[in-house]
Design a protein. Structure first.
Length: 310
């Protein structure tokens, strides 16, 4: 790692912070006016070697490679701007930081115990980050492992398409202004009545959803909720959606929104190839966490109970 890495945090604190504050929301450049046909094309930008000095001042010389490494210390959203329209401004900010650092070194501030402690802390954080990335890059996850995990957790990849009708009770977030307020008992009784009408064929599910459901968003489309997976609905609703036989009506269930009943139209499982990316990400994270935990456990740490508590 280049020696400049130790100064990245300082750059972010001094040069980067000034640059970011002055460019909190850099406006996109206005579209240039079309050039007249007779205007010759602009000459190509000169090629600057990585070791070429691009900033010089009293006792300070900054090479292109160092400057571009400093830009990487900026928040991601500013980096492109700092290498484009804001390049000169960031260069001024960066030079200011370098001159301040040179003055501090001349004054012996690098020997100040507080400064030394901060530099050591920054160094440790940078080296720790590099080691973590090295460990992360070394994590291996085979297709065989992923397939075993997929089979073991297949239920998590289930998806369903369903319709529902909701009858809200007093105090429900879904209660509709202007409609009579129902007690829980009244709401449940109404939901049971509507379900019976659908089950006996006295009314169509879609029609009742449009006229009776307090979920007006889905009600407008006959109660259709689209496709959803595990963890996307409240627990009671999810349980009914994945337990009810396809093409059948669920029992009336209660959620915080009121009393519902569902009609499950389709249920399937995301294929392995589609689930593979998210599975691999999770497995890699799990393995990395296990490795870092082992690193700590193997070190057999002790913490002073008088200072940290029990």
């Amino acid at each position: 790692m280049k020696k400049f890495a130790l100064l990245v945090s300082a750059t972010a604190l001094v040069a980067g912070s000034v640059f970011a504050q002055n460019n909190a929301a850099p406006a996109p450049a206005a579209a240039p006016a079309p050039a007249p046909a007779a205007v010759a094309p602009a000459p190509a930008a000169p090629v600057i070697a990585p070791d070429a000095v691009v900033i010089s001042a009293d006792g300070v010389a900054v090479r292109r490679a160092e400057f571009e490494e400093a830009v990487k210390g900026l928040p991601q959203q500013y980096q492109e701007y700092a290498l484009g329209p804001g390049k000169k401004q960031f260069a001024e900010d960066y030079l200011r930081m370098k001159l301040l650092s040179a003055a501090g070194l001349k004054a012996g501030l690098d020997k100040d115990p507080e400064v030394v402690a901060q530099v050591n802390n920054v160094r440790d954080q940078i080296v720790a980050g590099a080691q973590l990335k090295k460990m992360q890059d070394a994590v291996q996850v085979s297709d065989e492992e992923l397939k075993k995990t997929y089979e073991a957790r297949k239920g998590e990849f289930e998806k369903a398409k369903a319709r529902h009708i909701l009858v809200a009770f007093k105090g429900s977030p879904a209660a509709q202004p202007g409609k009579p307020e129902l007690t829980e008992e009244q709401a449940k009784a109404k939901a049971e009545e509507l379900r019976t009408k659908v089950e006996t064929g006295a009314a169509k599910f879609d029609d009742l959803a449009k006229t009776e459901s307090d979920d007006t968003g889905s009600g407008a489309t006959g109660g259709f909720l689209g496709e959803f997976g595990r963890g996307q609905m409240v627990p009671e609703f999810e349980q009914a959606a994945f337990a009810t036989e396809v093409g059948k009506l669920s029992p009336v269930i209660r959620t915080q929104y009121g009393y519902h009943f569902l009609k499950v139209e389709e249920r399937n499982v995301t294929p392995f190839e589609e689930a593979k990316v998210s599975l691999e990400r999770t497995e890699r994270t799990t393995k990395l966490q296990a490795e870092t935990k082992k690193l700590v456990d193997d070190a057999k740490p002790t913490f002073d109970a008088a200072y940290f508590g029990k």
